[in-house]
Design a protein around this ligand. Structure first.
Ligand SMILES: *[C@@H]1O[C@H](CO)[C@@H](O)[C@H](O)[C@H]1NC(C)=O
Ligand SMILES: *[C@@H]1O[C@H](CO)[C@@H](O)[C@H](O)[C@H]1NC(C)=O
Ligand SMILES: *[C@@H]1O[C@H](CO)[C@@H](O)[C@H](O)[C@H]1NC(C)=O
Ligand SMILES: *[C@@H]1O[C@H](CO)[C@@H](O)[C@H](O)[C@H]1NC(C)=O
Ligand SMILES: *[C@@H]1O[C@H](CO)[C@@H](O)[C@H](O)[C@H]1NC(C)=O
Ligand SMILES: *[C@@H]1O[C@H](CO)[C@@H](O)[C@H](O)[C@H]1NC(C)=O
Length: 500
């Protein structure tokens, strides 16, 4: 009898709402007064052709040429292209997370106390022997070692001492006055270091420069050998991220693509910094995922791609293996960690019986809605795909039955596992179009962080829109969304908190 009585009450409410506005409340599976614009991810798939054509233009090859004295510090990773345009820029340096201190830079890293193996040998040192040194990607720095012998051990010890070094090119350079007279080491045996492994095919610097005043002899190279670390380790995962796949020979071909950068070495942390500082996409919001990979052209390392996405992915979409002579190698994916548990509400489901799921609840394991005193289901979670921004589930503020016009409050059931003092980006998507332009005009939404109001928005009638705020954590933080006064309903979806 009780349930019948409730049914009748609900039915009469539905009729009364319908009478005044034609609107059916969400709890009765009402259809929004205006159609939702679905998020338009058209044209947001990886633009592989732009990556490939830029990779064929960029020149990241370098070696121990020029005037630089030996033993210079390794330069910071630089960006060589952004979204198809060649540039020469440093990585923007975001406020580093506390955890980042002391974390080694991550590149193609060699194992500790590594042994090296010979990749190619040199021509010898006879009068007429001529050779060439490497010009390749991910050049780090060089030193000169004593030329009393062909001192391979000293060169490899130098590689061991430089972070990120996995390859050394050892060679004599003759008729370079800087080596002969200027630099204090008084040696012409150069040891050039790289953060990637190169082959004899990349011996392209034959000298031939007029370094002594004319008519002095041109410089030349002899006995150029290459040594690679025998074993490489996985790069360190940047703080605030989780690795989703790799290494494989497939780059992601996935939706939610925001653009790419080329960097001058395989530096996972640098790619994470680019993702952190990439401006939000107007449709998809913040960068939440990156795919780093090495491009080889005819087997020669050419550039290191950092592709950024607002939708996380994994190896299921890592299906772009290259194009023509360009191959994808060393591809890894990293997802930005979201501190909000089930920020998309997808953990709330209707069970397996329903064909087209429709159900709602005041709360479940991850989120809890609270009504105003005297209110009736003023904050709730719906599993009903037409209401959701992405996926099937979404949160609703405003009486789900349309029986009162009081605001509801939605909050995670547990405090957020933040790090005190750390700044975070809070991101969420909101819509207020359910009841149509007139009825939604007074829609409001307040964002509350540890009891303090961060902002109150008065969006009126609005399609799904992303919002971002910077908040500072005190540890075990409390987040609340308050608003919605039926029929000025407010929906919330895809809540995220990323360390800055
Ligand atoms: C995406 O593009 C296709 C083909 O141009 C079109 O049929 C589809 O409706 C578009 N989807 C959205 C969400 O705009
Ligand atoms: C690298 O960047 C850091 C931070 O911006 C800066 O302090 C440092 O001097 C740079 N190192 C080099 C070798 O340019
Ligand atoms: C990039 O800029 C730096 C500093 O201005 C300069 O030393 C370097 O030669 C430039 N590299 C290229 C490839 O233009
Ligand atoms: C190398 O070995 C030292 C000492 O055992 C250790 O502290 C360090 O973490 C190791 N580094 C790597 C990259 O494994
Ligand atoms: C060693 O290097 C110095 C400086 O370039 C040069 O003068 C000398 O001839 C070299 N010795 C040998 C054995 O190559
Ligand atoms: C993705 O990785 C998983 C686990 O490493 C593996 O089982 C699966 O075959 C991979 N899928 C693709 C498409 O490579």
């Amino acid at each position: 009898m009780h349930s019948l009585a409730r049914l009748i009450t609900f039915a009469s409410v539905a009729v009364s709402l319908a009478e005044c506005s034609g609107l059916v409340a969400p709890a009765y599976q009402g259809i929004p007064a205006t159609a939702s614009d679905p998020p338009d991810f058209n044209g947001t798939s990886t633009d592989s052709s732009s990556i490939v054509s830029t990779a064929l233009q960029v020149d990241q090859k370098a070696g121990a040429t020029g005037d630089a004295p030996p033993d210079q510090p390794v330069p910071n990773t630089t960006v060589t292209a952004v979204d198809g345009n060649l540039v020469n820029a440093t990585i923007p340096n975001p406020t580093r997370r506390g955890l980042a201190e002391g974390v080694a830079d991550s590149k193609l890293m060699r194992r500790n106390n590594s042994n090296y193996e010979l990749v190619f040998w040199g021509t010898g040192t006879e009068r007429n022997d001529r050779d060439a040194s490497i010009e390749g990607t991910a050049y780090l720095t060089y030193t000169v070692v004593s030329n009393a012998t062909y001192d391979i051990d000293d060169c490899l010890a130098f590689c061991d001492s430089v972070d990120g070094c996995v390859f050394a090119n050892l060679y004599y350079e003759f008729f370079n006055p800087l080596l002969d007279f200027v630099f204090s080491q008084q040696s012409n045996l150069k040891c050039a270091l790289y953060a990637d492994v190169h082959t004899a095919a990349e011996k392209t610097n034959f000298g031939g420069q007029q370094l002594y005043p004319a008519p002095g002899p041109l410089n030349f190279i002899q006995q150029s050998s290459g040594w690679a670390a025998k074993s490489l380790v996985d790069p360190t995962t940047p703080p605030g991220y989780s690795q989703t796949f790799g290494p494989t020979n497939g780059a992601n071909n996935a939706p939610g693509y925001m653009g790419f950068a080329f960097i001058d070495k395989y530096d996972v942390q640098a790619c994470a910094d680019l993702c952190d500082t990439r401006g939000a996409d107007p449709v998809g919001g913040a960068c939440e995922y990156f795919n780093i990979w090495r491009a080889t052209v005819n087997g020669i390392p050419t550039t290191y791609t950092c592709a950024m996405y607002f939708i996380p992915s994994d190896n299921s979409t890592a299906v772009n293996f290259g194009q023509g002579d360009l191959l994808v190698t060393e591809s890894r994916g990293y997802k930005r960690n979201n501190l909000i548990v089930d920020g998309g509400f997808e953990g709330y489901s209707c069970g397996s019986t329903a064909e087209a799921p429709f159900c709602f609840t005041p709360g479940y394991s991850a989120w809890q809605g609270t009504s105003s005193p005297g209110g009736n289901l003023d904050a709730s979670i719906f599993n009903f795909q037409p209401y959701a921004h992405t996926g099937n589930a979404v949160a609703l503020l405003g009486s789900a039955y349309g029986t009162d016009d009081l605001p509801g409050t939605l909050a995670p059931t547990a405090p957020i596992a933040t790090e005190a003092g750390q700044s975070y980006t809070l991101q969420f998507f909101h819509s207020s179009f359910y009841s149509g332009e007139e009825a939604e005009a007074p829609a409001t939404l307040e964002i509350i962080w540890n009891g303090q109001s961060v902002d109150t928005i008065h969006p009126g009638f609005a399609q799904w829109t992303g919002h971002q705020y910077t908040v500072t954590a005190q540890g075990n933080d409390l987040l609340q969304f308050k608003g919605g006064a039926a029929p000025a309903y407010v929906f919330i979806d895809d809540v995220a908190l990323f360390p800055l």
